[in-house]
Structure formats: C-alpha cells, structure tokens
Design a binder for this molecule. Sequence first.
Ligand SMILES: *[C@@H]1O[C@H](CO)[C@@H](O)[C@H](O)[C@H]1NC(C)=O
Ligand SMILES: *[C@@H]1O[C@H](CO)[C@@H](O)[C@H](O)[C@H]1NC(C)=O
Length: 402
Amino acid sequence: MKLAVLITVLAGLCVAHALAPAHQEQSKLQETSQDALLQQFQAWAVQHNKPYVHDRKESARRFSIWASNVAHISRSNAQRNAAGSSTRLGLTAFTDLTREEFAAAYLGSPMVSRNLLPEQQQQQHASGAGRLPGASALLRRFAAAPGSSAAANKKVQHWRYENVTPPSAADWRAAQPPILGPIKDQHVGGAPCGSCWAFSAVSIMEIASAKATGKVISGSEQHLIDCDRKYDHGCEGGGWLNAIQYTIKNRGLATEDEYPYTAKDGKCNKTLAHAKHELQVDDWEDVPFSNETALAAAVSQTPVIVAICCGPAIDDWHHYTGGIFDSPCCEKDKEITLDHGMVVVGYGQEAGTPYWILKNSWGAAWGEQGFMRIRRNHGKHGKCALASYPAMVFRNPPQPSA
Ligand SMILES: *[C@@H]1O[C@H](CO)[C@@H](O)[C@H](O)[C@H]1NC(C)=O
Ligand SMILES: *[C@@H]1O[C@H](CO)[C@@H](O)[C@H](O)[C@H]1NC(C)=O
C-alpha cells in the first residue's frame, strides 16, 4: 500500500504542520466603519467575559487580532457560499486568538517521541477488529500502554457489529435517559493546556457509564492530567487510549466536582485518585480501521471515540460555527498528524450530504452548541482522518458476537 498514511501522533496531541502565513485580509467589512466594528468587539468581549475589557492596551491588541479574524471569516464565508458549501464560520469565544494561540490552546503542544514504544510492543497492540493495516501499529505506539495485557489480549475474532445494518440516522444527543456529559471547555483557567486527550477520554467514559447505569456523571480530566503519568504527559499531551486503560485499571475516575479542572499540571492527589469511584468503565474495543460503514454500524449502537487531524484546516476549525464541515483537511496528505480527540455521537444526511455529529471540548460557543457536523463517507480515512482509529468503550461489556 504505497499511499498508506503514516500516522505520526495519537489523538490529543499537537499541531506539527507548517501553517500558511496569515493574510492581511481586505473584505466587505471595509464598509463597516471602524467604530461599529469596535463596538461589536466590545460587546463580544463582555459576552465572553474577556479579562482584558478594562485593559486598554491589551484590548487594542485583541481588537486588532479579532478584526483580522472577522475579515477572514467574512471572506471565507463568501467563498463557501459561492462554492455551495454549508460550512459556516463566525464569531466564537476564540475570535481574539491568533491561529498559533488557538492551536496551542486547543490542540495541545507537540509531543511526539516521548510516547514511543519499542517495535515489538507496537505489534502487540495492533489489536482490534480484523484487518488493521500497518499504520495501526504506528498509532498504537502512541496509544497503548506497553506491556499492558489488557491491550495485548484485545484481539477480537469478529467485528462485533458485522451484521448490524446501520439505520439512515442516529443521534445520541436525543437519548432518553440522557447519556452525554456536559460540553466542556479545555481552555478554562487561562494558560494553554494540551489536554484534549483527557477531555475526549472522559467524554466517552461518561457516556459508557451513563449508558450502563442511566446516570450521567461528569468525570474529572484533572484526575487524568495529574495521575495518569505513566504514559501520558498532562498538559504536554497524551493518548486517549492510555487514559481509558488507566481508568479501567484504577477502577474508576473522580468526578469533576471532586477533582476540578485547573488547566495546569498538578501533583496527583492519591487519596482522591484511589477513592471509590462511581464513574467506572470496564473495557474498550476497536472499530475496524478507516471503514465508515463499520463506523456507522458502531455509532448506531454506541458513541465512538476518534482521533482527528485538524492542523491543515486550522483556520476553519478555529472559527467553525455550524453547517457540515467540508474544508480540505488531510485527505491528500501522506503523513497525517492526529492532533485532536473527539466523540462521534451520531450521523445523518442533509440535502443529500451525509455527515457525522461530533462532541467537542471547546465550549458551547463553538460550533453547533459545542457539537459539529462533518462530511461523512469522504476520503479514504474519513474527513480529517476521523475514521482512522475509532474505539468503543463499555461498562459491563456486551458478550462478543458469535
Ligand atoms: C486531596 O483531596 C482531598 C479531598 O478533596 C482533600 O481533602 C485533600 O486535602 C487533598 N490532598 C492534597 C494533598 O491536596
Ligand atoms: C467495512 O466494514 C464492513 C462491515 O462492517 C465490511 O462488510 C466491509 O467489507 C468493510 N470494508 C472494507 C474496505 O474493509
């Protein structure tokens, strides 16, 4: 397979791509007077509780970044409309951040080599449902804990949902009783913290637990950031599969209230970490590699955690406020950096365009109330490589299919 992608990093890490230089945009917004724009900015800053509203110097600096982003958004939307795309960009809570600041805060910071496992251990972790091509071993070296017998024994003989014919749509947001935890914001607290690996892991574990118990418990990312240090590196990055395996072994995770998010690396509170936990999961299992049919079958049964490549379309991720995301994103790249983790909570079709529904951890002011829709059945590994390494998490795992 000549075109096989080289997966260089696991979920929840970092942007390593060279990003195109910022443009000095000219746009329709020239017509809007500077004063009107400034008023709009001030209202926006108050709405999003920006700490610099009374700091004239910082306000001026932020206004200049904000105005440049607004110009980009306006120009980009015009191009999209002309091209018939439904993706909408707009004002989010991040409109005052430069692309570099946004990438640092929301995708994490580069952390590649520290998580490498020796070759033979990679092989062990090429676990999962059937044919996982070579790239999976590369992923696993970031994903799985070395020597973890849990991972080594995971090889399933049959794809669990081989015989499931997925319905035309599914949406776990509508489940009764509810199973999704709250939309969180990984940047709360100030300084950049590359913790999306912890947020996506907690998100899928909240769901697995709620599905089994009928009760949604908001789990603690900080517990993972501070205590899951063997293979993960807190705010410097990590892999969601490590976090899931840590939680299984630890017999659960503290709640958000017990162990609140600080967006900083901290010392593990062992008393808290080893206390009895209500939020528990027992098992995880791969969904077949880069197969959106299998992914739909899985999502029709349970939400699925995925690793995503955001970097090449970072400007569009930054300002996404709705529609079906269809920006060029990693599908032509031979080398893919999986720099973010999210949970697929449904799928459907709108005006003939199939989409996935993803739950993100960038706050509710981003996307469609914190969720996004993204093109489905598009590209070899899915849009932004989202179908490359999906996994399911269970509490009280169902019996293997015959
Ligand atoms: C650990 O958490 C418990 C419960 O919140 C708290 O009482 C204790 O002081 C914490 N320990 C440390 C070392 O921070
Ligand atoms: C994708 O998965 C489905 C079953 O879930 C299977 O029938 C199909 O052959 C798979 N496609 C590829 C390319 O492996």
